[in-house]
Structure formats: C-alpha cells, structure tokens
Design a protein around this ligand. Structure first.
Ligand code: PDD
Length: 297
C-alpha cells in the first residue's frame, strides 16, 4: 500500500508530495512540529500535544494556521488513509514560503502544514522489550530547546553518531557534566531509594508529553519523582535508567557508554512504568480493560 501525505490542503502520494522551494522550514528551519502516538487509530494525549504546539508557535510568532478541530480532522484522515492502527502522526507547521530573506513578514505569509502517518510496533507488555545502549555527548544545541522546532541539526548529528557506535540514543551533557536530555527523548534514572530522577523542564529540555504522562502515572503508582539534574557519573551508578518519547515510549537503558546499568536488563521500576503507560494508552484508545488487544501495525 502506498503512503499518503497531507501538504497544504491536498492529500497525495507520499513519494510525490512536496513543498515550495522557498518554504522557510526548508531554508531556515523556520517551523515547528509534533509527533503523536496512535493506538488503535486513536491519538494519545492529543490535547497536550496541541498545548505544546500552540506554545511553540507562539514563542516563534508563527500564526496558528487553522483550528484544532481542522488539524484533528487532517490528522485523523491521514491516519485513516495510511491504514495506521498503531503508529505515529507527524504534524509540521512552517512559517510559509517567501523569497529567501532572514527578516519575515507574517502579513504576507501563509503557514505551511504537512501531515504524515506511519505504523509503529507498540509492544504488548514490558516482557516484549529489551534494554538499549546510549552514548553521552556534549549538548551543543541552542538555548530554546523548550520550543519543538524543526531546527534539529545537533540532535541529528548526535543521534547519527550514536547509531555509528551501535547505540540507540545519545544522552546530551551540559558543561557541568549533567545530563540534559537525549537527542530525541527525555532521560531518567532510578536512584538507590527507588525514586525517579529527571531534569526539570525549566533547565534546558523539551517538555516531553510522554514525560508528563509518566509523572502522573508514577504518582498513581506511589513512585516518588524528583525533578533535579543528575550527572553522567550518577546515571552510570543508578539502579535503573530509561528514556521516554512518543516513538520510544518508555525504554530501558542497559548501558551508558561502556558502563552496564544495574544488571544490564530492564529494571523493575522501568517495566512497571512501561506497563502502566501501555495500559493508560490502551484505555485512552478505547480498550476499557487496558489489556493486550492492541493490533500491531
Ligand atoms: N522527539 N526531547 C527531545 C529533544 C525530543 O525530540 C523529544 C521527542 C522528546 C520527548 O517528547 P515526547 O514525549 O513529547 O515525544 C524529548 C520526537 C518523538 C521526534 O523528534 O521524533
């Protein structure tokens, strides 16, 4: 089945879908995006994604191109046309197309909207997953990483370096040796008392939607969450480490650089949190028992 993409009012074959050569997302990375998890054809935590999207647009002074209702319709149609049951939707909004000039004039621009969807295997339970390796690299990004901008070159380079070393992700490290987040996910550890530790959002990270959801779920499970920076050295000694994102869900980290974390297998707390997240997502997607009725895409 060929994939279908939405671009500026039209649904067309993904392979032929295109934007204008002067689209500012292309020339200046002048745009924002969201990636939303789809479970059982249902977008998970959509309102939270819209809230973050609005904030990103507002911070960059890009006008919202259409209402949430219309955007929801476009995303649902894209999910449907691509026959995605479990997967992700990608939504990108650029400032629009104009002859290349650093200075923008919103009055003469129409924001560009792109939407794609693809399948993703959602595990049935934490028993189906294994841990991943990560490497640590200096965080060389700009200071506005709280904005979900398409300007991702340092992230792209970091993740590619990680892949080149056979690792799944890069954990980014600030000048003082503290982990900020990962190239495309948020970073967490479990300390010796079983508490979750993750960096505060005010401290140079993206407010991950999965991160926020996991905090709520952790509290429901009576797992204490401490928002504070942690160092690479502390992470290597941690009982457990994991990362969170829309595409990775809750992923156990079994090795940081050359150091094995814990016993090298997904830890008890990480597994509990992944199972809680899967149950939550299935419940929101309309499976009241929250059980493994998820059809893999
Ligand atoms: N990445 N931090 C960074 C730098 C990210 O790029 C992401 C998401 C996250 C986690 O955010 P969320 O839980 O809302 O997915 C944290 C997406 C998935 C991506 O770029 O593909």
């Amino acid at each position: 089945m060929s994939r279908i993409a939405y671009v500026n009012g039209r649904y067309s074959a993904h392979s032929r879908a295109s934007v204008h050569i002067d689209d500012r997302a292309h020339t200046f990375a002048d745009g924002v995006y969201e990636v939303i998890l789809v479970v059982n054809r249902h977008m998970i935590d959509l309102e939270d994604h819209f809230r973050r999207l609005d904030r990103s647009l507002c911070e960059l002074d890009i006008p919202r191109p259409m209402t949430g209702r219309v955007l929801t319709h476009i995303m649902n149609r894209t999910i449907h046309l691509n026959r995605v049951v479990d997967g992700i939707v990608y939504l990108q909004i650029s400032r629009g197309a104009a002859p290349r000039n650093h200075v923008f004039d919103n009055a003469s621009l129409t924001p560009g909207v792109v939407c794609t969807a693809r399948r993703l295997d959602v595990p049935a339970t934490s028993r189906d997953v294994s841990g991943v390796e990560v490497i640590t690299l200096p965080d060389t990004r700009w200071t506005r990483v709280d904005i979900k901008s398409v300007s991702l070159l340092p992230n792209v380079l970091a993740r590619t370096r990680a892949a080149g070393r056979g690792a799944y992700e890069a954990w980014l490290v600030d000048g003082e040796g503290f982990v900020t987040e990962c190239a495309a996910s948020n970073a967490w550890i479990v300390d010796s008392s079983g508490r979750l530790v993750t960096r505060p959002v005010a401290d140079g990270i993206l407010r991950g939607i999965t991160r926020e959801r996991l905090m709520t779920l952790a509290r429901e499970l009576s797992i204490e969450v401490v928002e504070r920076p942690f160092s690479v050295a502390e992470a290597k000694q941690a009982r457990e480490a994991f990362l969170t994102s829309t595409t990775s869900l809750v992923k156990a980290v079994s090795r940081i650089d050359e150091t094995v974390v814990g016993n090298g297998h997904p830890g008890h707390v990480t597994c509990r949190l992944l199972d809680a997240y899967l149950d939550f997502a299935r419940h929101q997607a309309g499976f009241p028992d929250g059980h493994s009725r998820v059809v893999l895409g």
